[in-house]
Ligand binder design. Structure first.
Ligand SMILES: NC(=O)c1ccc[n+]([C@@H]2O[C@H](COP(=O)([O-])OP(=O)(O)OC[C@H]3O[C@@H](n4cnc5c(N)ncnc54)[C@H](O)[C@@H]3O)[C@@H](O)[C@H]2O)c1
Length: 312
């Protein structure tokens, strides 16, 4: 039986995904869940209930460790690649010691069944599109997006040259429980619950499509299991609705309703796209998937989760 391999399993999406799939009978087709993550930021973990499962093997290591893939990955395995250094958005996700080509060569040699690679809608950079589509030009404006676009280019070459069965997802901004501290939604909720001011980069007019992590996990489930012809393809992942950064922060402030919480505007970050939205119609069609949480319901759910964690 094949294994399910999850590089980056200890992060925000990884922990939510593990909780989503571990007890789903559809995943009984996998003999083992092989989780690979160096847990290097100090804030991530693999949940105890996951580690306690006899099917789980956890390797605390970088996926780019020489020889690791050859040891752990075999024919027919499905790899859901979440690994990235996204806590340092200004740094490339691939460090100088990382070897994506060696990694992809090892996956090719292992004759895996599928590599589902989580890229980002940031690869589109600054654009005026009302609805980003997968054929829109890729034009990274941050090092993070450039690293993702470079990885996608390697995937394209390995697919064309060696038949590596790859699928690329380009999600918009994801939010929900267990996100690493430092990102807008967890920062805003944590500070609002503590009665502190919230900083916004720029004037807050940047428009974003926000998707709840449970909806993201659902498209990962479909992408991992689908029998449809999806190899070599790219899929945007979003809700098709938008909200400005300032309006999102005000939703959180209104929900927490503490008069001490105010917004402070700080310098804009260079390269931040003013707009990023996609209805993800290709993913909806291919995977029979659609996001089920509105921003309002998803934010309330997330605020509740942080409130429960906050009050212990
Ligand atoms: N959170 C978002 O809004 C968002 C949006 C679009 C795309 N993504 C992508 O989704 C993926 C997961 O994001 P997240 O929000 O869970 O981030 P995260 O930082 O919470 O998790 C990433 C995990 O990858 C691990 N990792 C880093 N380098 C690794 C390596 N060399 N080998 C193995 N593991 C490694 C980290 O330790 C971390 O646990 C990333 O690839 C990210 O670029 C996230």
């Amino acid at each position: 039986m094949p294994n399910l391999i999850v590089p980056g399993a200890g992060g925000f999406i990884g922990v939510n995904l593990l909780r989503r799939i571990m007890f789903d009978r559809q995943f009984d087709r996998f003999e083992r869940f092989v989780l690979i993550d160096p847990l290097s930021y100090g804030t991530q973990t693999i949940p105890q209930e996951v580690l306690a499962d006899s099917r789980v093997r956890f390797e605390r290591a970088s996926i780019y460790t020489p020889g690791l893939v050859a040891d752990l990955v075999g024919p027919g395995d499905v790899v859901i690649h979440l690994a990235a250094e996204i806590n340092t958005a200004d740094s490339p996700q691939m460090g100088v010691a990382d070897d994506p080509v060696g990694y992809l060569r090892a996956l090719t040699d292992a004759r895996i069944g599928r590599l589902l690679f989580v890229s980002t809608a940031d690869v589109y950079g600054i654009n005026d599109s009302d609805d980003l589509t997968e054929t829109d030009p890729v034009h990274p404006t941050t090092l993070y997006a450039a690293a993702k676009a470079a990885f996608e280019a390697y995937l394209s070459a390995f697919h064309a040259r060696d038949g590596l069965p790859v699928v690329v997802l380009r999600p918009v901004t994801i939010y929900g429980p267990h996100q690493q501290p430092g990102w807008l939604v967890p920062v805003a909720i944590t500070r609002a619950l503590a009665g502190e001011s919230i900083a916004i980069y720029g004037d807050g007019t940047a428009r974003r499509d926000w998707i709840h992590v449970y909806d993201m996990c659902e498209v990962l489930v479909r992408g991992a299991l689908t029998e449809a012809e999806v190899h070599g393809q790219v899929f945007n992942v979003g809700t098709g609705t938008e909200e400005t950064v300032a309006a999102l922060v005000h939703r959180i402030i209104d929900s927490v309703a503490d008069p001490r919480v105010v917004v402070e505007y700080t310098a804009a970050r260079p390269g931040d796209p003013p707009r990023q939205i996609t209805s993800a119609s290709k993913a909806r069609h291919a995977f029979g998937w659609s996001p089920s949480r509105t921003l309002s319901a998803g934010l309330e759910h997330t605020i509740d989760a942080y409130r429960r964690a906050h009050t212990g």
